[in-house]
Design a protein around this ligand. Structure first.
Ligand code: NAD
Length: 310
């Protein structure tokens, strides 16, 4: 396959984009940042605190001149300040795209039954993983004076129940709905709004989901393309959505999962290789069921036995 990242197409030459949610070299945001920079974009990155900021600064050095801005998306004041700051640093030049690759939940609630979800983590998870996209859209839309593209990241757990994904599935379902509402609102300004639904990838955030190792193996065995999704796959698809290649696409949830979402039954040709994964999962679920029954009876809400976060 030709390396599109190394192909001098310049699909984003002259465009300016803000990337929110880079944590390290495994981040989906990094897959997007690398290809966006290679295609000629001028980039800015936001980070929620100094610890992450330090890593982002080191990682983005290879991209040449970029802008770094602090922003905890739980705070409207932070988002206001970040957008104003970016407007000044780019001297009023239009912003062409924003990538929102941010999610958060207490990892103790990404384990076992969804029914134990607490009100406080539900509120926080929906606020940071879903509402923040709308809050950012509100503030950057006036700076997208030449039209633009807003892109967020979602996962199949929004559409179907995936063990342990729990409140994140609910947050992603709300995020996908907001993509459609935002696309309808902002279309008149020629601002497109889309999401990529990525297959499971080992990252800092996904490490918090119990059983992630199994999800990744299961996706590889059962996806039509028989491989796992990479951050480069995400980057390539993102390029089409944030560049003019995607000029007719808005309000879409684009699956970048090697086709996993179209499958209605496990891959029969992989049945033998699926046995160990299913056996391990079955044992984990049994342990969780036993714990879940006890904790529900006792009114506990925290995570329980069977936690096998990688
Ligand atoms: N890894 C996967 O399997 C997968 C699959 C589909 C979708 N996604 C989505 O991709 C996006 C990026 O996640 P990732 O897997 O690359 O993990 P990651 O840990 O690399 O990125 C998550 C980012 O969210 C940021 N963040 C969390 N709370 C924040 C806050 N209050 N303010 C600002 N930033 C905050 C973190 O600093 C981090 O940079 C998320 O929306 C995630 O749900 C991930």
């Amino acid at each position: 396959m030709p390396d599109i990242a190394a192909t001098p197409l310049g699909l984003l030459a002259g465009k300016r984009g803000l990337i929110m949610g880079l944590a390290n070299e495994r981040s989906l945001a990094w897959g997007i940042a690398k290809i966006a920079a290679a295609q000629g974009a001028t980039l800015a990155f936001s980070y929620p605190n100094e610890a992450v900021g330090k890593r982002v600064r080191a990682l983005t050095q290879e991209l040449g001149k970029i802008e770094l801005l602090s922003c905890d998306v739980a705070s409207d004041e932070d988002i206001d300040r970040m957008v104003a700051d970016l407007g000044q640093r780019w001297q009023g030049a239009p912003i062409d795209f924003v990538v929102h690759a941010i999610s958060y939940s207490d990892k103790n609630e990404l384990l076992g039954p969804y029914v134990r979800t607490s009100r406080s983590n539900f509120t926080t998870a929906l606020d940071i993983s879903c509402y923040s996209f709308t809050a950012v859209a509100q503030r950057v839309a006036p700076l997208m004076t030449a039209g633009g593209s807003l892109l967020t990241l979602t996962y199949y757990g929004a559409e179907r129940v995936v063990p342990n994904y729990n409140v994140m599935g609910v947050a992603k379902a709300a995020l996908e709905a907001s993509v459609r509402y935002l696309a309808a609102d902002l279309g008149a300004l020629n601002i497109r709004v889309n999401a990529i639904s990525a297959g499971p990838i080992k990252t800092l955030a996904s490490n918090g989901i119990s059983g992630m190792r199994h999800l990744i193996k299961w996706a590889e065995l059962n996806a039509p393309l028989k491989r796992n999704t990479t951050i480069e796959d995400v980057g390539r698809a993102a390029l089409s959505l944030i560049s003019d290649l995607g000029q007719g696409i808005t309000g879409e949830i684009v699956h970048v999962d090697n086709g996993y979402n179209i499958i209605g039954m496990l891959a029969v040709d992989e049945a033998l290789r699926s046995v160990p994964v299913l056996t391990e999962l079955g044992q984990q679920v049994e342990r969780q069921k036993q714990y879940g029954a006890t904790s529900l009876r006792d009114g506990k809400t925290e995570g329980g036995a069977g936690d096998d976060r990688p």
